[in-house]
Design a protein around this ligand. Structure first.
Ligand code: DSN
Length: 481
């Protein structure tokens, strides 16, 4: 007798059947996506696999509801069920992170950062201006006072981690809206060690006197001491904002505690919910008591209508992250990351900072293998290993071609791979990158984009990667065939 189908298989099969009845190509693409993910050795540091419960919480009638405003104070009627899921998500977030306040509406990391920037501007620039003018709100200001306030809002300074040291575009860089809003200056890492240079940061902060210091990164493989960051911020009168999008799962899982947990130290903390935290695609803001009112104005200040179906999924994911097993997961992410670092370095690779303390590694592929990041990324992809290129400090190849490959362990750790498999993955990466060579353009000139890789190597590594993955099936309880 055939085995009965699991509840999860039945749920996803039925959902796909319903979709197939309207637009079969969408159902096919969804089915193909899970097949592709199952077949991919995913080392992208910002990706993960959400649980079936998180995925299912997103596909429902909450998607139909407008709910601008906050819990119990909406611009639309009929929001009691949205209030329920938003309150649950916020309560779980507060408990999980020990935060005074949680705002779970942001749709993404950039949205969460915009909410945070405008909250700080509202508290520190707008509120004093209103008080000086004896006005309760901006509509009460004279044209002259309003023009003056707008000038002041646009004339503030931000200090953020430089992009090539691992910072993020949304931390005040010109191509992003944050760079157009703020006069930004960057802090970097010590060229000798690759580690954050707090003394240099302090000196820059004293001289530049920013309104906001942003800490947090998307490609720095070490810990940040948030106690020192807060000391520096306090000394120069800045608000400390931490973007923990990459490492929120390590904070939730109590791997990052004390000086390395941003929540007790920063006035405001932003995150995405879909990276190491393993929730649905979305964002979140945590803050202390000083910014609650301003953070809660995120929608409609800078956010479009909240996505209640995603807030429902955030509540489920945050409930999962409060389980003891999540702490074990978070520790395994870091153990795996260290094992990958050791395996690569033992085979001769140079890693930025000489290793890792978190979920990611940054391989200097120019020094190690004579390749650009772009060439290394493509050679690895040819061999079934999915990574992304990333700039390294003082990158000679710039932000497009880069000299680095960023690799992260949250996704493969969710799949169950452990330190033994990481050593084998290090061997596969090293095999590909020692075999790959820089290619040439169609006119025979040296190219930073093209690479040459023996097909036999690509096939051999792809085969071994597939065998490795076969031992750790993704969503083993779900059969769509
Ligand atoms: N896209 C995220 C990352 O890969 O780090 C950040 O924007």
């Amino acid at each position: 007798m055939p085995e009965p189908l699991s509840t999860e298989s039945t749920a996803f099969r039925s959902a796909l059947d319903v979709i197939r009845g309207v637009e079969p190509r969408v159902a096919d693409a969804i089915g193909q996506e899970v097949e592709d993910q199952r077949a991919s050795l995913k080392l992208i540091a910002s990706e993960n696999y959400a649980s079936p419960a998180v995925l299912l919480a997103m596909g429902n009638w909450f998607s139909d509801k407008y709910a601008e405003g906050t819990i119990g104070r909406r611009f639309y009627a009929g929001c009691r069920n949205v209030d329920t899921v938003e309150s649950l998500a916020a309560e779980h977030a507060k408990e999980l992170f020990g935060a005074r306040h949680a705002y779970v509406q942001p749709h993404s990391g950039i949205d969460a950062n915009l909410v945070a920037f405008w909250a700080v501007l509202a508290a520190r620039v707008e509120a004093p201006a209103l008080q000086r003018a004896g006005a309760r709100q901006v509509n009460d200001l004279s044209e002259k006072d309003w023009a003056e306030l707008r000038r002041e809002l646009g004339n503030q300074r931000m200090l953020g981690m430089s992009l090539d040291a691992g910072g993020h575009l949304t931390h005040g860089f010109r191509p992003n809206i944050s760079g157009k809003m703020f006069d930004q200056r960057s802090y970097g890492t010590d060229p000798a060690t690759g580690l954050l240079d707090y003394d240099a940061l302090r000196a820059t902060a004293r001289e530049f006197k920013p309104l906001i210091i942003v800490a947090g990164y998307s490609a720095y493989p070490r810990l940040v001491n948030f106690r020192i960051m807060r000391e520096i911020a306090d000394e120069v009168g800045a608000t400390l904002m931490v973007d923990m999008a990459h490492f929120a799962g390590l904070v939730a899982g109590k791997v990052l505690t004390g000086d390395f947990d941003p929540v007790p130290h920063a006035q405001i903390v932003t995150t995405t919910t879909h990276k190491s935290l393993r929730g649905p695609r979305g964002g979140m803001v945590l803050c202390d008591d000083s910014l609650v009112e301003q953070v809660d104005r995120g929608c409609p200040m800078v956010l479009g209508g909240p996505l209640p179906h995603v807030m429902a999924a955030k509540a489920v994911a945050l409930a999962e992250a409060r389980q003891p097993s999540f702490q074990d997961y978070a520790q395994r992410i870091v153990d795996n990351s260290r094992a990958l670092a050791d395996g690569l370095m033992r085979r001769g690779a140079t890693l930025v900072t000489g290793g890792t303390d978190n979920h990611l590694n940054l391989i200097d592929v120019a020094t190690s293998y004579g390749l650009t990041g772009r060439q290394a990324e493509s050679a690895l992809l040819d061999s079934g290993v999915v990574t992304n290129r990333n700039a390294i400090p003082q990158d000679p190849n710039g932000a497009w071609y880069t000299s680095g490959i960023r690799i992260g362990t949250p996704a493969l750790t969710t799949r169950g791979l452990g330190t033994g498999e990481m050593d084998e993955i290090a061997a596969l990466i090293d095999r590909v990158l020692t075999s790959a060579e820089a290619g040439t353009t169609s006119k025979g000139a040296p190219s930073k984009a093209q690479h040459v890789l023996d097909e036999k190597v690509a096939d051999e590594v792809s085969r071994r990667a597939a065998e490795l993955l076969d031992g750790f099936p993704l969503y083993p309880g779900i059969d769509l065939s």
